[in-house]
Design a protein around this ligand. Sequence first.
Ligand code: G3I
Length: 369
Amino acid sequence: MKKLLSIILCSTALLGACGTHKASEPTLKSALADKFYIGTALNSWQVAGRDSNITDIVTRHFNAIVAENCMKSESLQPREGEFRFRQADEFVAFGERHGMHITGHCLIWHSQLPRWFCTDEEGNNVSPELLRQRMKTHISTVVGRYKGRVKGWDVVNEAIMEDGSYRKSKFYEILGEEFIPLAFQYAHEADPEAELYYNDYNMFHAGKREAVCRLVRQLKERGLRIDAVGMQGHIDMQYPSLEEFEASINAYADAGVKVMITEFDMSALPSPWQSANLSDTLSYEQRMNPYVDGLPDSISAQWNARMMEYMQLFIRHADDITRVTTWGVTDGNSWKNGFPIRGRTDYPLFFDRQYRPKPFVEELIKSKK
Ligand code: G3I
């Protein structure tokens, strides 16, 4: 059914958005229409259509979108009771205008969380009762506003550590493990039809994998809705291995949920966590930001080959994977240019700084012709 819906969405969007291109034109979303949704994260500047090249890429090649920042709690409710929906409304309207699957990101997250949510004026943690009320108000107001329009929500983001322990967030400090089932309960009450997800990074770490499978089973045993887990998919040229990643896809599917690759990007740069000598700043910076003037052909070939290996892995698991979403459209607007080291020039996404599809993307499109 999902695949049929994806094909319909894809052709509808093509008809709807094909002011500038033929409906029959082979695209990324048409190449993957019978596999999974192919999506991207959008920022508000892109949603506003400030770059027609970006709009053209997004409407031609993708059939799913997720909000990069405008649906996070610091954006939606910067002060208690003061909701700001303009950017989120524009984001949802963009998705509806182009016939896209719309994901809300993210309801409960320790980051980009306004200070008032979990602490009082003196910086002390609020009571469990007050935090439960604030979570219920935030989730029911936000999910309720987009009922029937946002198809799925990242209900809880990044709550588990690589060793399988719970992140010691304010939510955990105040409510313990219970904050997670509460969040899923509130979201389901606000929109019983919406899909509900747990989303996290490094979901290929064995410790985190086991803990997330345990969490999924606990939620299901309590009769709570959880449709899928989001494996963010922020990877690099060395890590993780395909085998490790595939072991997690299988484990989550065995736990009885679908899998989504929710924030897929592959850094082409050296990782500071791999034995970088921190002492000599100048050579360090050269070594850690080596491709300012472009990616050497040899590195580009390796990067494209590894990206194709990962896409073929996802295609092999299309029965378990419902969506693959890249965390950004072109290399120039990727968060990876500023993380984990500010001011670098990275090449992590499907389209380059000149809006061209990467070679592996062209290969994927051609493979469907
Ligand atoms: O909106 C303010 C702007 O008013 C201010 O002038 C500017 C300078 O400080 O900051 C702007 O906010 C920035 C925000 O992005 C919107 O652009 C924040 O500083 C910046 O920290 C924030 O970064 C986001 C990051 O989450 C925060 O952790 C990235 O754009 C976003 O791509 C990234 O996305 C996360 C996912 O939500 C969860 N998974 C990990 C992923 C990468 O961190």
